[in-house]
Design a protein around this ligand. Structure first.
Ligand code: NAD
Length: 417
């Protein structure tokens, strides 16, 4: 088993020297980036990017995976800045990544918890970072960080140490309450406002990545009468133009072999080396909810949907989205607008700790119902506002209009909670 370091330390990385570059349109500067190291051996254990704190501390998840780079963490931190700003939350954007040194460690709870405890010591020195769960971490990990900071602050009640903690500890369980899926569902319903021809009942959709985001999104859409024609996980991709059953898929998704255990009819099955072929299936709405860069120049000409709902972060890039919009008539709804449900839940959780009248207001509605209504209102408004901004220019795309909206809100300090 890989040795745990005695401690972890965040070392500030030098700012990138941009002086030699030609000036372009004004860009957002990254505030601070750190390397997480073992101070004894100087070996690298991860990265943190605190991208922007104009609206408040940088809120964003901790990723614990085998492979990660500073570039990936910085890119994801920027998405968090835009996401939190567009949703008018009192938070900036940040992201952390910690390297799991071998695949066996994924299941080793004791090792993972000790690593998180050491990370918590290291994060205490960075009060501008508010951590949350992300790929490879969960609500219990955030509670470990919270407890670590409670001990250091000698205070039970504090808003250091992150959000997305277990319900029994005063947190809001982002995945159990399916909050990101709730937001994607709101975005799908908002499509009916911007496209009079679209009626979700009877609409065909495909979900790539039947996990914590993809599975509940599929169930919600199916309950509304939409037809799930394709679904995939890391094991297999399934297609049936007459419909797959989201409940039956959800039952098997956590089993060994995942969606391979789906017991009902399928017309096509793609093996792990051809999973991305499912993205090319004809449908009305394609929902990539797995890894970044699912849709690239490689498959942009083969995508056959009308709308893309970006469940995953950065499932495609701006040039690809430009091509899809202007050459293929496919509207791709940007990640930081439509997958903000989880982070809205995190912001509510942190506000409950510090604001008693707010807590009373939320109690009257009921916590889950309050959070769901806020997600619904925010994401519906943002999809419609972004779409109407697009109408100002024939050469724009949804991502550009969403950027413009998020940047405006970085300065205006309006808060929706
Ligand atoms: P998850 O691990 O629960 O699910 C991911 C799913 O994708 C799994 O079923 C996995 O088997 C599948 N998968 C992985 N690679 C695949 C591939 N190449 N083809 C098809 N399926 C593949 O993760 P999640 O929490 O559902 O997150 C999914 C995405 O959404 C991630 O990009 C994450 O960053 C993003 N996201 C998640 C949240 C959240 O609240 N969980 C919020 C915002 C964004």
């Amino acid at each position: 088993m890989s040795e745990l370091p005695k401690s972890l330390k965040a070392v500030a990385l030098p700012e990138k020297n941009q002086d030699d570059r030609f000036a372009t349109a004004p860009e957002l500067e990254v505030e601070n980036s750190y390397k997480i190291i073992d101070p004894d051996s100087q070996s690298t254990w991860g990265f943190i990017s605190i991208d922007n704190t104009q609206r408040g501390p940088g809120l964003g998840g901790i990723r614990m995976v085998q492979n990660l780079s500073l570039n990936e963490i910085m890119r994801l931190a920027r998405v968090m800045t835009l996401k939190n700003s567009a949703a008018c939350l009192p938070y900036g954007g940040a992201k952390a990544g910690i390297i799991l040194k071998s695949s066996e460690l994924v299941e080793n709870t004791a090792y993972r918890e000790e690593l998180i405890e050491k990370l918590a010591d290291c994060l205490f020195e960075l009060p501008d970072y508010a951590p949350a769960p992300d790929m490879g971490t969960n609500e219990k990990d955030i509670q470990i960080i919270h407890n670590n900071h409670s001990h250091k602050l000698v205070a039970e009640k504090h808003s250091r140490g992150g959000a997305g903690r277990p319900l029994e500890n005063g947190g809001i369980p982002i995945d159990d309450w399916e909050l990101t899926a709730h937001g994607l569902f709101s975005a799908a319903k908002a499509l009916e406002f911007i496209d009079e021809q679209l009626i979700l009942s009877g609409t065909k959709f495909v979900v790539q990545g039947f996990g914590n985001v993809g599975a509940p999104t599929a169930i919600k859409l199916q309950e509304l009468g939409a037809i799930l024609v394709g679904a995939s996980d890391i094991n297999v991709a399934l297609w049936n133009p007459n419909g797959l059953d989201a409940y039956a898929l959800n039952k098997v998704r956590k089993e060994h072999g995942g969606l391979n255990n789906y017991p009902l009819d399928v017309c096509k099955k793609f093996s792990p080396d051809k999973l991305d072929w499912l993205l090319e299936a004809p449908c009305d709405i394609l929902i990539p909810s797995a890894r970044p860069d699912a849709i690239t120049a490689r498959n942009a000409d083969r995508i056959q949907c009308r709308y893309i709902l970006q469940g995953a972060n950065t499932p495609s890039s701006k040039p690809v989205e430009y091509y899809l919009h202007h050459h293929r008539n496919i509207l791709s709804l940007t990640d930081f607008i439509v997958n903000a449900g989880g982070v809205i839940g995190c912001a509510v959780e942190r506000n409950l700790i510090v604001d008693n009248p707010y807590t009373e207001k939320v109690k009257q509605v009921g916590l889950r119902s309050y959070v769901e209504k806020l997600i619904d209102k925010t994401i519906t408004k943002n999809v419609c506002d972004t779409y109407s901004r697009m109408q100002n220019s024939s050469d724009t795309i949804f991502r550009d209009a969403a950027w413009e909206l998020a940047l405006e809100r970085l300065d205006n300090q309006e808060i929706w909670l």
